[in-house]
Design a binder for this molecule. Structure first.
Ligand SMILES: [Zn+2]
Length: 251
């Protein structure tokens, strides 16, 4: 079982995940984590990074030109960082042949030209300019709403966070839920508390209902949940516990 909380330091351990899928002959990235050289002054964990993300991908036989699809579950800096790389002082798409999927709502929400004042505006400083707009300007963004079929195995659902449904056997489906599940730290507190929000939840009520919907679907349909920030790179099996939920097991 992954360790999500260190009682000695009283620190929560969370991953920043990027998933590589292969489906219908295509290479698909789900979230691109924190990118290199980006400046997020209000979120140091993914600011000014120098990681070997692209080398890790290459080790799996995938070079940037081989990526066909990038799905961004949402547009926070820790999910879109490798969307772009800096070349000649300009942010350009890292994956030149990929279509990047952003929900229309997220794309508009984070556009600095609109009137919205997101709670995460400081945390997400520079992100639209560095990681989103260059992709759109290059004509590589697919802005979608509602649901979208990628191929016969993969479906995107906007809840409004992006849920990717991936059948991986006849009896189970995997879901990649965005950070609305945050980490599983609360699991260690005897029972799951799906009504707990993080400080990054822009709409508290919607966050709660979305989280409950993801967990309900997972529990009722024997579905694995791959979340963006579960430590240990593992997926969770969810079961109901009265009107709450808990982790049945880790895969
Ligand atoms: Zn996140």
């Amino acid at each position: 079982m992954p360790t999500h909380w260190d009682p000695e330091s009283d620190e929560i351990h969370a991953a920043v995940a990027s998933y590589l899928l292969r489906s219908a002959g295509k290479n698909i990235l789900v979230d691109t984590g924190g990118g290199n050289g980006q400046s997020g002054p209000y979120f140091p964990p993914v600011s000014h990074l120098d990681t070997v993300y692209l080398k890790d991908l290459a080790r799996e036989g995938v070079n940037p030109a081989d990526v066909d699809i990038v799905i961004c579950t949402h547009l926070h800096l820790d999910h879109v960082g490798w969307n772009t790389v800096l070349e000649n002082r300009e942010w350009i798409p890292t994956f030149p042949n990929a279509t990047y999927f952003f929900t229309n709502e997220d794309f508009e929400f984070w556009n600095p030209l609109n009137e919205k004042k997101p709670k995460g505006a400081l945390i997400n400083q520079n992100v639209y300019e560095d990681s989103i707009a260059p992709v759109h300007n290059a004509g590589q963004a697919n802005l979608w709403s509602g649901s979208l079929t990628i191929d016969e195995s993969l479906t995107l659902v906007a809840l409004p966070v992006t849920l990717l449904e991936v059948p991986y056997s006849t009896s189970r489906r995997a879901r990649i839920a965005r950070y609305s599940l945050v980490t599983s730290c609360t699991i260690r507190c005897r029972s799951w508390k799906p009504h707990w929000n993080s400080c990054f939840c822009e709409n508290p009520e919607q966050s709660r209902s979305t989280r409950r919907e993801i967990l309900s679907r997972a529990a009722d349909t024997n579905t694995l949940v791959f979340a963006s920030h579960f430590a240990g790179g593992q997926a969770a099996e969810i079961e109901r516990d009265g009107d709450k939920f808990r982790i049945k097991g880790w895969i």
